[in-house]
Design a protein. Sequence first.
Length: 381
Amino acid sequence: MKTARFREPKIRLCWVIAACVVLAIGVILCLYTAQREERDCIGLQLQAALRMEEAEAWLKQRILAKGIGIEKEDLNRTALMGPEFTELTTTPGNEDAKRTALNPNFAAAMVRWYTEAGLKAGDTIAIGTSGSFPGFIIASTIAATVMELDVRLIASLGSSMHGATRLEYNVFDLLWDLREGGWADFNLLAVSGGGKDDLGVSAFEDFLYEGTEEIFASLVDRAAERFGAETIREETLTGSINRRQELYGDGIRLFVNIGGSAPNSGSSSYTLNFPQGLVLQSPEIPDVPDRGLNFEFAARGIPVLNLLNVKLLAQENGIVYDSVPMERAGQSGVYASVSYNPAVIILTIILTVGILICGAVAGRIERRKLTRGCRPSSGDR
């Protein structure tokens, strides 16, 4: 009967520990020798972030004065998060993402992106937004105002959960207060219903609510009259996309998409392929009529700022995701660029891999010696 024989590991633990120690020392040295350099636009960044912080405090008082309560999910008590389910809810949404987008340091991130896109005072940008991310609406319009950009904006009423879902304080009310309160300067070209194919119907029609199409239409028409804006009410999504392009006109230097509004993002699985953040190089463009304005502008060689995946956008800018209490203006890592010493990185990798290779070789030699020592002599046969 054969007995099971214990197999020696290919690399002894001492070699693995040594490699881990070297790797840890390398990481510490990499962090210690990192160079932190303030961005050239830091002055504008701080100005925008402080302005957003003040605007949110002012908006909170406006909302509370209307007798509107603060949602339990609004852990930072901004009053700018709406309920999960209302007649205006058109898509799912994460409460932590909505909290994070309200971080005032995102206004500084907008200044960074606008600057990296090569924008300067007087340049024209187009913003297309749903009601899903009040924080990004505030950040993008305030940053543009601080940089003295010309903003052409089109807004749709629908919102994902915990966004601007309140009937009594929707995305149009937010935009009105931002502009009339002197916090942001923009031209609202048009308004629409939003939701599936931009038709202006709740996702919960005939399930939780009835008559939401009439509610959407009423609020859209009221906003159009209030702002002196056009109402977009096309029969097809392609028609809605085309009308937006006509309204935005020529001379656009950057398109900013906030949320997942169908005319901006398109309506198919390919919409998820569009990169997040600032997109300077055009991705692969699908050859379909309802591909959305992200792809339409990219196809024309115009940079796109796609604001949808909040976790990735926060990570890119050194902004703490879902911070409670919320970070104050000026506290995040978005105000500086960090570079690491490539020599330390390369040396750490070489030493770590080298130790593991040496350990593997030593283990093989040791196993060979043990194998030779266990071979039976001729007298034992």
